[in-house]
Design a protein around this ligand. Structure first.
Ligand SMILES: Cc1ncc(COP(=O)(O)O)c(C=O)c1O
Length: 288
C-alpha cells in the first residue's frame, strides 16, 4: 500500500502530494516541525509537542489557530495502519513571493508524515553512542536556537561531520563554548548520582524527552540541575546520555575518543531508561 500523507486538510497518497514552489518554508526555511513517536496507537506526549509548536509558532508569526494538528497526526497514523511509528509534522507559513517578505495574510502549509520506525538495536543501547564535539556551534542568541524550525542545516552538517569522523553523534557547544545539545537530541550528565543538563539559555531545544526525563528523575528522588555546563564536566562525568522522542534515552559512552566514566551504560542511565519505558506503557494503557 502506498504511504498516505496529510497535506492541508486532506489525506493523499505520497505520490500525489504537492507543495507550491512559492512556499516560504521551501524558499526561506520559514516553518516549524515536530517529531513524535506513537506506541500502541498513542502519540506519546502529543499535548506538549503541540504546546511547543504553538508557542514557537506565536514567536515567528505563524498562525495555526485554524488547524487541528493533533487530529491530523492521528488521522495520518490510522490511514497508514500504524499503531507504532514516527510522526513528522511540518508547518510552514505557506505561499508568498520569491522575496524575503512574509505574506500579509499567511495560509500555512501543514504536512504530516507517519512511517514505521526501527529504533537502534539492543546492542547499541547496551554499548551507547560515541560522539565528537562538532566544529559547528549553536548560537544561543539566535531566535532559531530554541525552536524546532525547518532550518536544520547546522544539525545536518554536524551529523555529517560525526559520520565522517566515525562517530554516532555530534555534540554542539554554544558560542561561549558551553555545552548545548546533541545534533538532534538533548544531553544529560550523571555525577555522584545526580543529573545535570544544559539550561535553555545555552541555546538548546527544550526537548520533550528532556522534560519527561527531568520529571521521572525527580520522582526517583534524583536531583536535577539545569544550568551552564562546561565540556570538561561532560568529560569527567560518571555517566552521560542523550534524549529525543525517537531514541528515547541513549547512553553516551565516549566523547572525542575519551571514555565517559567506565565507558559503558551506567546504573542511573539504566534506571531512567526503564522509568521512561514504564511511563510509555502506563500512558499507552491509559490512552487505550
Ligand atoms: C536539536 C535538537 N535538540 C533536542 C531534540 C530532542 O527533542 P525531543 O525530545 O522533543 O524529541 C531534538 C529532536 O529532534 C533536536 O533536533
Amino acid at each position: 500500500m502506498e504511504q498516505i500523507v496529510y497535506l492541508n486538510g486532506a489525506l493523499v497518497p505520497r505520490s500525489q502530494a504537492r507543495i507550491s514552489p512559492f512556499d516560504l518554508g521551501f524558499l526561506y526555511g520559514y516553518g516549524l516541525f515536530e517529531t513524535m513517536r506513537a506506541y500502541s496507537g498513542l502519540i506519546f506526549r502529543l499535548g506538549i509537542h503541540m504546546e511547543r509548536l504553538r508557542r514557537s509558532a506565536a514567536l515567528i508569526g505563524l498562525p495555526l489557530e485554524a488547524l487541528d494538528l493533533g487530529k491530523a497526526c492521528y488521522d495520518t497514523l490510522k490511514a497508514n495502519n500504524l499503531a507504532d511509528g514516527r510522526i513528522r509534522l511540518t508547518v510552514s507559513i505557506g505561499e508568498g513571493e520569491a522575496t524575503p517578505n512574509p505574506p500579509k495574510h499567511p495560509r500555512p502549509t501543514a504536512l504530516v508524515i507517519a512511517a514505521s520506525y526501527t529504533p537502534p538495536s539492543a546492542k547499541t543501547y547496551q554499548k551507547g553512542y560515541k560522539a565528537v564535539v562538532s566544529l559547528i556551534h549553536q548560537n544561543s542568541q539566535s531566535p532559531l536556537s530554541r525552536l524546532k524550525t525547518v532550518n536544520y542545516l547546522n544539525q545536518l552538517l554536524a551529523r555529517r561531520e560525526a559520520k565522517e569522523k566515525g562517530a554516532d553523534e555530534a555534540i554542539l557547544l554554544n558560542e561561549s563554548g558551553l555545552l548545548c545539545e546533541g545534533s538532534t537530541n538533548n544531553i544529560f550528565l550523571v555525577s555522584k548520582g545526580n543529573l545535570t543538563t544544559p539550561d535553555e539559555e545555552s541555546g538548546c531545544l527544550p526537548g520533550i524527552t528532556r522534560q519527561v526525563v527531568i520529571e521521572l528523575a525527580k520522582e526517583l528522588g534524583l536531583k536535577v540541575a539545569e544550568r551552564e555546563v562546561r565540556l570538561e564536566e561532560l568529560l569527567n562525568a560518571d555517566e552521560a546520555f542523550l534524549t529525543s522522542s525517537l531514541i528515547e534515552l541513549m547512553p553516551l559512552t565516549e566523547v572525542n575518543g575519551k571514555p565517559i566514566g567506565e565507558s559503558k551504560r551506567g546504573k542511573v542511565t539504566e534506571r531512567l531508561m526503564s522509568a521512561y519505558k514504564e511511563a510509555v506503557v502506563k500512558e499507552t494503557k491509559q490512552g487505550a
